[in-house]
Design a protein around this ligand. Sequence first.
Ligand code: AMP
Length: 408
Amino acid sequence: MDVLVINCGSSSLKYQLINSETESVLAAGACERIGISGGFLKHKASERDEVIIDVSMPDHEAAIKLVLKTLTDKENGVIASLKSIHAVGHRVVHGGEKFTSSVLITKEVIEEIESCNDLAPLHNPANLIGIKACAKALPGRPMVAVFDTAFHQTMPPEAYLYGLPHRYYVDYKIRRYGFHGTSHSYVSKKLCEAAGLSLDDSKLIVCHLGNGSSISAVLNGNSIDTSMGLTPLAGLIMGTRSGDIDPAIIEYIARKEGKTLEEVLSVLNKESGVLGMSELSSDFRDLEEAAENGNELAEQAVDAFCYQVVKYIGAYTAAMGGVDAIAFTAGLGENGCRVRQKIIQRLHYLGIELDDLANQFRGIPMRISTESSAVAVFVIPTNEELAIMRETVAIVGDHIEKPRTESF
Ligand code: AMP
């Protein structure tokens, strides 16, 4: 069957149409600048050149209609009719404590996702808009929600509770949730396959390093700790996000600069991380090039990022009482050879030895530790869309004619 995978942001909508039998991507693309001027659709059908279509999309419903039209039209299409799309899988960022796994989307599920909106005000409302737009455009088609937080719901209270009055957890559900769960889950399974480990008897650390970065400790296949928190702002220094800081800094900046809470949080989300530290770029390619040309701030930003990764790996090794294998994934983890080298050379105390030649490869699955290394280190390309498609098929599965997402 063909499954449409949707990842909806506030002004964008990414999609992939994947055949579940062959797991091949029939088409992939993105609608950008939805609801604002200068909208366009980027569409790439398999074995054809990418096309860019300039078209304004007043809302996500218009974007979905455009995607469906493009998937079926004579020029750029890959399927004869919408009947070929058997199910839709949606990425949903925050499932709170309600969702510990993917679910078939029903009216009740929509309401429960809405009740998590406060926890992810930038993401969940956009995800819901995508779900509702798809329900209108593909009435009666089963749809599945795949949550970024679900994989981390196995964390024990000692890992997810903050040092705050308990009533904040009881009343507002303030706790660590963690994100990138679909990627951490997918990569940890792939890592076990690659390292010849059994998932239910393994101690893994997954480093998802991209524009947003998070690390997780996966013990016997279950996430037992992860670096992001109530929101994706916590943990590592990221492209534009600060990661962990002393919480008193927020009030200090607000007072010094006469800023509101929202304004300070915007600085922490959009103007911080390696972008803010380097005063140059959020992209590690730019930073590495600048550092090579003697830019000290760029070098400091990269070094501080790598240092934090090293600290988390140490902490999670302690949390699991050891580590069998480590994976690097996502844009930076898969491609940033220099960053990987800087991190791994500080892990000698774990008996880890880097294979310098293997580490030069980018973006392909590869063991980058030597055969004699005490811990296996791999680059494992993540594939969240494929994971969402598999989750969708697992839920909709053979009962394709039975479960139906109602119209709403
Ligand atoms: P993602 O958010 O997973 O798409 O990752 C995007 C980030 O990966 C970019 O902002 C870059 O910092 C990083 N990246 C991608 N390619 C490279 C590369 N060849 N070398 C270093 N960093 C890279």
